[in-house]
Design a protein around this ligand. Structure first.
Ligand code: ATP
Ligand code: MG
Length: 175
């Protein structure tokens, strides 16, 4: 890695492999009607804050911000699946964002702003992107009951390869 090159960074919560595989398996069945590009099981995540391109020396500032975020665990029910026509993604997520997760995202944003990061002004919408470039569909298959126990969040580096984005977890934080 070139130490001077900027890094494309975001904070996210990452599912355990078992949950990721259950989501990937649901996405596989949805994909039969929507087509498009499936998210690899190991890449499935829920973004808390997107930083974009960050100069390498500023990574420490992102870490400092995250270390000031108070820990908050929660159990999140993934009970909604949707197709968004504006960006053609199929996603799954909680019908209602659990308060501790919304607070985690808000605290993180606030602490990142203290460190001088300029974040998206849009409000946090908890969603897990499972299919990109999907065709519009009126009906997605029913989601199985999925509970996600959130107990940590991660700082992730995003890199591109021929098949899309690849992610590398740089650091874990207790949620
Ligand atoms: P690709 O761009 O190759 O389709 P990707 O969107 O997963 O893949 P990135 O663009 O690096 O890869 O994004 C990393 C994460 O941050 C994803 O969850 C993405 O949805 C989210 N993200 C990207 N851009 C923004 C943005 N401007 N605002 C909020 N979240 C974003
Ligand atoms: Mg992207």
């Amino acid at each position: 890695m070139n130490g001077k090159a900027p890094l494309r960074l975001f904070f996210a919560v990452w599912p355990e492999p078992k949950l990721a595989h259950r989501l990937a398996s649901w996405a596989n069945s949805a994909h039969r009607t929507t087509g498009g590009r499936l998210t690899r099981a190991e890449s499935i995540h829920l973004t808390l804050a997107f930083l974009g391109e960050v100069p390498a020396p500023r990574v420490e500032n992102a870490i400092s911000a995250a270390l000031r975020v108070p820990a908050r665990t929660c159990i999140m029910q993934i009970d909604e699946a949707c197709f968004w026509p504006h960006n053609r993604i199929v996603w799954a997520g909680p019908r209602e964002t659990p308060a501790p997760l919304a607070e985690l995202a808000a605290d993180l944003k606030q602490q990142l702003e203290v460190e001088g990061f300029d974040l998206d002004a849009r409000s946090f919408q908890a969603h897990i992107t499972l299919i990109r470039k999907a065709r519009a569909t009126r009906q997605l298959p029913p989601l199985p009951a999925l509970d996600w126990r959130v107990h940590e969040f991660v700082l992730v580096r995003s890199m591109k390869d021929r098949e899309g984005a690849r992610y590398e977890v740089l650091r874990r934080f207790a949620a």
